[in-house]
Design a protein around this ligand. Structure first.
Ligand code: AMP
Length: 413
């Protein structure tokens, strides 16, 4: 199947060709015809599957084929894409502008954390497609700067993340401003009961499609595991970054405070490092991301929410400095590397108290992480008290390694 066979307009095909895309990805192949025939859609697909183009291309195609009612009237917003984060909104806008560059259609972008006047000026130029995060959109709509009454296609992107981030009420307020007669497309990496409820409430006879994360992406990521206690993690991280001469790596931490502290320590060890998390200003985040993209910063320390939706190619290593409590978070994190078939390495640091999260991760990924036993920061048996069940559940730390290996393999699954 090619894009041409999907019946896309010449102007879109030209832009796709310039990007080097000839064949649609599975989600594009399934979603584009559904969107073009006007049905509501629930698409279960994560970042990396090509989901952005799966809704952007048919939206552009529809707007090209179906011009505004009054040709000479000012442009009205006919497609709205709601996204949970600033970074994701920027990426979606970039994609739409890239695919739509020969179409004459215009996009506008709204997100919070920056002064409003630039966004307002852009909006006043007129836009056919609006990409927005919920808070700033509501703010603009309430002030009468945005009119959503002419929206024909509404996309809810990363609906699960939107709910995780507490946007449920804002989301509902936005939907209340849209015409009832519209086409709604819901994209989500996971289909939780909460997401289903949203779909039941706001979609009309939706068709549902699910695509697995691309196989080659999954197998292109090598997943390694180090047992290491908290105080020794920084030294192990520093050594691994140096030994592997890592030029593009992301380190995930659980807390904002942890991210800053870690970035500072790495920087002091002469490893150019930047941090992004929710407390940073939008300008600061963009600056750090830009430095990372350009290679001026080699390591990006990030919290999960801050990193959501960031699409940077060529990330060679992802570190789970702390093991995430939610196994899905692990999948999201390591999906930052091994993009587009290139090889990626995911390295997880597991302290005693994090041991309990591993089983759930391995169950979800249906994969065993490769334990790296030989490293200078291995916890010693002495650090474990005799009556601690750590000794039982973390047998590889014991001195008799062969016995332990058997013990371990018997007890891991
Ligand atoms: P997404 O899942 O939308 O974040 O897309 C993941 C990556 O795949 C992005 O870097 C896209 O530019 C790229 N991409 C999207 N569609 C295609 C395609 N049909 N062929 C090759 N690459 C694509």
């Amino acid at each position: 199947m090619t894009f041409k066979e999907l019946g896309l307009d010449k102007q879109l095909l030209r832009a796709l060709e310039a990007e080097g895309y000839t064949d649609p990805t599975p989600i594009q192949e399934q979603a584009i015809p559904i969107v073009l025939q006007g049905d509501d859609l629930i698409a279960c697909a994560q970042t990396g599957t090509g989901k952005t183009a799966a809704f952007s291309l048919p939206i552009l195609q529809y707007l090209l084929e179906t011009p505004q009612d009054q040709p000479n009237a000012p442009r009205t917003i006919r497609a709205l894409i709601l996204s949970p984060t600033r970074e994701l909104s920027i990426q979606i806008t970039d994609s739409i502008d890239t695919y739509g560059k020969h179409t004459g259609l215009r996009s506008a972008l709204l997100f919070g954390g920056v002064p409003a006047h630039g966004q307002l000026a852009n909006l006043r130029h007129g836009a056919d497609i609006l990409i927005a995060t919920p808070g700033r959109l509501l703010d603009f709509a309430n002030q009468g700067f945005v009119d959503l009454r002419k929206v024909e296609i509404f996309v809810l992107d990363e609906a699960d993340r939107m709910l995780d981030m507490g946007f449920i009420h804002d989301m509902k307020r936005v939907i209340a401003m849209l015409p009832k007669a519209r086409q709604t497309l819901l994209f989500s990496a996971t289909m939780s009961p909460e997401v289903k409820e949203i779909a039941d409430q706001f979609l009309y006879k939706p068709l549902q499609i699910t695509v697995a994360p691309p196989k080659e992406t999954r197998s292109a990521i090598e997943e390694k595991l180090y047992f290491v206690e908290k105080p020794a993690k920084i030294a192990l991280l520093r050594d691994l970054i140096r030994e592997n001469r890592i030029k593009k790596g992301i380190v995930f931490t659980r807390t904002k405070y942890g991210a800053d502290k870690l970035a500072k320590l790495l920087d002091q060890a002469s490893i150019p490092t930047g941090a992004i998390h929710g407390n940073k200003s939008q300008n600061e985040r963009q600056r750090v991301l830009n430095d990372f993209r350009k290679g001026r910063v080699h390591i990006l320390v990030a919290s999960d929410i801050a990193a959501r939706g960031i699409d940077i190619d060529d990330i060679t290593h992802v570190f789970n400095y702390e093991i995430p409590e939610q196994s899905e978070t692990y999948v999201h994190r390591i999906g930052r590397t091994g993009r587009a078939g290139s090889k990626g390495i995911a390295i997880s640091f597991c302290a005693r108290e994090e041991r309990k999260y591993l089983n759930a991760i391995e169950k979800l990924t249906k994969k065993r992480l490769t334990i790296i036993e030989e490293h200078p920061y291995r916890p010693s048996v002495e650090t474990v008290s005799a009556n601690d069940d750590f000794r039982r559940s973390n047998a590889p730390y014991q001195k008799d390694r062969d016995r332990n290996r058997n013990y371990y393999s018997r007890n891991r699954r």
